[in-house]
Ligand binder design. Structure first.
Ligand code: A3P
Length: 287
């Protein structure tokens, strides 16, 4: 299974869309600009929700942009061949996304004032979401069963590597004024307050009607029905649409319908060991 991935500096990637030379150049040569807005997350954390929110903040709630331009063009993936080629030519302000762990991120970011938003989600729900998502992708490397998905995840043998390392790595940036941490659970619990927090962080000003419009167009149903955001525009050669949708359930706690008691206990133990050093109760799922 490990041989089916593309490996770069000990981190596995899918082969489709990624190149070692590109990953190397992204890390060493890509120039992050002070005006950039970067959405960073581990896969399946709700990245596309955040992308949609930021698009709508930039359009001041006007849905025209999100309804006419595919989400991957509004916010390209930094580390894919397509994103890496396109972003240097793009005018400011650039909005882009990345799942890269911190050690593979462009070095230039550490001297920039670019605004970074790091999105996190309960890792048990990340595993659950990933299990279904990997089956949609036209890749040879996907877990046949949930148990296999669980095993691969805890071993870090999944695209972008260990969730724990990703999280611990990026959280070193916490406290910097150009780095905001947001959780999927917060978005669920109080979408308005979380969107307002993001607006403030981005230094934007939106009126109450504009904010209402952002909230309306980022709902699960609105995104699922928007072909520019629901990934149905991807060709069948990339995504097998007969297997399901990226916007699958959009809830918190679906892991409870998938984990055995033993898996949940083993995961909790591992979580405590790997996340030791972080303040207890830091995340909504810690309590
Ligand atoms: P589920 O598979 O649990 O439904 P990513 O965008 O990082 O690939 O994450 C995908 C997950 O985010 C999916 O979770 C998807 O349903 C959820 N998601 C995407 N848009 C959402 C929205 N507007 N509201 C709630 N969840 C959303």
């Amino acid at each position: 299974m490990a041989s089916d991935y593309l490996w770069f500096e000990g981190i596995p990637f899918f082969k489709l869309g990624y190149e070692v030379e590109v990953l190397k150049s992204v890390k060493n040569e890509f120039v992050v600009r002070d005006e950039d807005v970067i959405e960073i997350s581990y896969p399946k954390s709700g990245t596309n929700w955040l992308r949609e929110i930021i698009s709508l903040i930039y359009s001041k709630g006007d849905p025209n942009w999100v309804q006419s331009v595919p989400i991957w063009d509004r916010s390209p993936w930094l580390e894919t061949e397509a994103g890496y080629e396109y972003l240097p030519k793009k005018e400011d302000p650039r909005i882009y996304s990345s799942h890269l762990p911190i050690q593979l991120f462009p070095k230039s970011v550490f001297h920039s004032k670019a605004k970074m938003i790091y999105l996190l989600r309960n890792p048990k729900d990340v595993i659950t979401s990933a299990f279904y998502f990997y089956r949609l992708l036209k890749t040879e490397t996907y877990p046949e069963t949930f148990d296999q998905c669980f095993e691969w995840f805890v071993q870090g043998n999944v695209p972008y590597g260990s969730w724990f390392d990703h999280c611990q790595g990026w959280l070193q940036m916490k406290g910097k004024e150009n780095f905001l941490v947001v959780t999927y659970e917060e978005l669920h619990q109080d979408l308005r307050a979380t969107v307002e927090k993001i607006i403030q962080f981005l230094g934007k000003e939106l009126g109450p009607e504009e904010i209402n419009s952002v909230l309306k167009h980022v709902s699960f149903e609105a995104m699922r029905d928007n072909e520019m955001s629901n990934f149905t525009l991807l060709p069948d050669t990339v995504m097998d649409h007969s297997q399901g949708q990226l916007l699958r359930k959009g809830v918190t706690g679906d892991w409870k319908h998938h984990f055995t008691v033993a898996q949940s206990e083993a995961f909790d133990k591992m979580y405590q060991e790997k996340m030791a050093g972080l303040p207890p109760g830091l995340f909504p799922w810690d309590s």
